[in-house]
Design a protein around this ligand. Structure first.
Ligand code: RIB
Ligand code: CA
Length: 320
């Protein structure tokens, strides 16, 4: 059983990753912290309550709100991809009885901020807690700034972010999560903790098409299947118009799979640094992946995935 804290900016792919985490028998979600990213902090936090309600939980993890803006860089969002509400414009959907189709769970956010909850959870499960970071790394960097000796008791950090051998998805050379807060990413990569990275290089190998989604959900009336269908129209339309296929990359589910099924991946040791000031390259993650191993490695970068097996196990797990 892997105890995890998930830091997230829901976001459609975050939602699909959270469902995967909760449905994975290998994982115990002890806490969830929200961060500004795809949408602003309040929207991301409201979306988390919608996702928790979908899961019909008998008990809830600790939940806490984090940082509303990056350490230094200006606010940006990804509403063009994830919809105005961050969940594919599902907030406005109503049932035939005139009720909200996707309501929020009745659970309260902690009085503590995300950085304090991160440190508290690490202290509760020293050298056992795994942090899974699915958005910009602002909350993690705040925790590092507050108490790096405590933070270094984290078992490891699994994060979706960065890009090394192909184009970025927010600028030519930067991936969204790192681009939003490169200063935070720099702090995390240099905190002296074990880091496992799912960059675009590996998340782009999994193309979840509309046809595949339809095939997996056909005939299913459960609320999670309905949510997946309802919440993915906007992102798949964005991809059709901007990326060239009707579907999307389920980026944030990959770090969860790296925990559940590491055998599906190939990885390399690397020394990763982040450009924080470049006028044209801010948010660029830099590592020389040509060498199979490096002496000054600060991260394990996942470079290949068995995409078919990933999708098979993903749907088997979330639709169980
Ligand atoms: O670049 C993809 C990442 O940015 C994903 O985490 C997605 O949810 C967005 O936050
Ligand atoms: Ca995300």
């Amino acid at each position: 059983m892997k105890r995890v804290l998930i830091d997230t900016d829901p976001g459609v792919d975050d939602a699909l990753a959270l469902i995967y985490a909760f449905k994975s028998p290998e994982i115990k979600v002890e806490a969830i912290t929200t961060v500004n990213g795809n949408v602003n902090l309040e929207t991301a936090s409201h979306n988390l309550l919608i996702i928790l309600n979908l899961l019909n939980l008998t008990e809830f993890p600790v939940i806490a709100k984090g940082e509303a803006q990056p350490l230094v860089k200006p606010l940006i969002d990804a509403k063009d991809v994830h919809g105005e509400d961050g969940l594919g414009n599902t907030r406005e959907l109503m049932t035939s009885k005139g009720e909200l189709k996707y309501d929020i769970a009745e659970c309260q956010f902690s009085e503590l901020s995300a950085d304090d909850v991160i440190l508290e959870m690490i202290d509760t499960y020293p050298y056992e807690l795994i942090i899974v970071a699915l958005g910009p790394l602002t909350n993690l960097s705040k925790a590092i700034q507050k108490d790096i000796s405590c933070f270094r008791k984290v078992q490891s950090v699994y994060l979706m972010g960065g890009v090394f051998t192909e184009y970025g998805n927010i600028t030519t050379n930067a991936e969204f999560n790192v681009f939003v807060d490169p200063h935070a990413a720099h702090e995390v990569f240099n905190a002296g903790i074990p880091i496992h990275i799912a960059p675009l290089d590996v998340t782009h190998q999994v193309e979840l098409t509309g046809d595949r989604l339809k095939e997996e959900l056909i005939g299913r009336e459960d609320i999670i299947s309905q949510f997946i269908s309802d919440s993915t129209h906007a992102i798949m339309t964005f991809y059709q118009e901007n990326v060239g296929f009707y579907g999307f990359h389920i980026h944030d589910a990959l770090p969860i799979a790296m925990l559940n099924h590491p055998e599906l991946f190939m990885s390399v040791d690397a020394h990763v640094q982040v450009e924080t000031e470049g006028e044209l390259t801010s948010g660029m993650t830099v590592a020389d992946l040509r060498k199979p191993t490096v002496t000054d490695s600060n991260a394990i970068v996942y470079v290949e995935v068995d995409a078919d097996s990933f999708l098979e196990t993903y749907f088997k797990t979330i639709l169980s």
